[in-house]
Design a protein around this ligand. Structure first.
Ligand code: DC
Length: 226
């Protein structure tokens, strides 16, 4: 329990399959699903829409203080609206993916988004995915998972996501971009990607998602003494 809400933390690198897994776990438990990566992506999207250079930290922080951030829950998923607008799939575009690690490394951006993330327990019990949920955002939850998958599998998954959005990308290009993002996400000074203390590590390379979901649900049941 975290306050009065139960929080399941699902961390891991890009394209490890954690979105699919987290959504399925949330559905099975009847919890609200929260994708924290989409929040960093939405802020990055807004900066690019505003023609900002994301390396200009002062400008990005100024923008962050100008915009109004608001949350809604639709179909059991939390959505972050910026100035009343939900950018939808635009946050998945390669131009956003290329820059999001730079924006996510700005301490003030993390401070603001972590405060919003913590406030979402007002919507009830949550399954939340990200990089720092178990280590920073909700370190006191007993339900911490770290999903990993091998590099080839992750590149294949990300390429499939792009294909679904009619975006062409080579396997090598996708693998390189993922490796670059892992490096930035794991080496940043504030809240780097890491396996949180007490997290259960689940390898999602080979198992079908249903099996990974079962492993997580069994562990939660054990932790709750069910
Ligand atoms: O999970 P994703 O690929 O949508 O995440 C996008 C970026 O956001 C990723 O490069 C790292 C960052 N991120 C983060 O820093 N902290 C989180 N809790 C979630 C994502």
């Amino acid at each position: 329990m975290t306050g009065r809400a139960t929080v399941v933390a699902v961390d891991g690198p890009s394209a490890s399959g954690k979105s699919t897994i987290s959504r399925m776990v949330a559905l099975r438990l009847g919890f609200v699903y929260v994708d924290s990566g989409s929040m960093y992506r939405a802020v990055t999207w807004k900066a690019l829409e505003s023609d900002l250079d994301v390396n200009d930290t002062v400008q990005v922080i100024a923008m962050l203080h100008r915009i109004k951030i608001h949350f809604d829950v639709r179909n059991h998923e939390a959505q972050m609206l910026i100035d009343g607008f939900w950018p939808g799939d635009a946050i998945r575009a390669p131009r956003v993916a290329e820059k999001v690690s730079i924006v996510a490394a700005i301490p003030e951006v993390r401070q603001v988004l972590v405060a919003h993330q913590r406030s979402l327990t007002r919507f009830g019990d949550l399954v939340r995915e990200g990089r720092d949920i178990g280590s920073v955002v909700f370190p006191n939850t007993p339900h911490k998972f770290y999903i990993e998958a091998n590099a080839a599998e992750r590149a294949k998954r990300r390429q499939k996501d792009f294909a679904a959005m009619q975006i062409e990308a080579s396997t090598e290009g996708v693998a390189q971009a993922l490796a670059q993002r892992d490096k930035l996400d794991s080496s940043r000074a504030v809240a780097p990607l890491q396996i949180a203390l007490g997290a259960t590590v689940v390898d999602n390379s080979i198992n079908p998602p249903e099996r990974t979901v079962e492993i997580i649900l069994e562990q939660i049941a054990r932790q709750q003494g069910l």
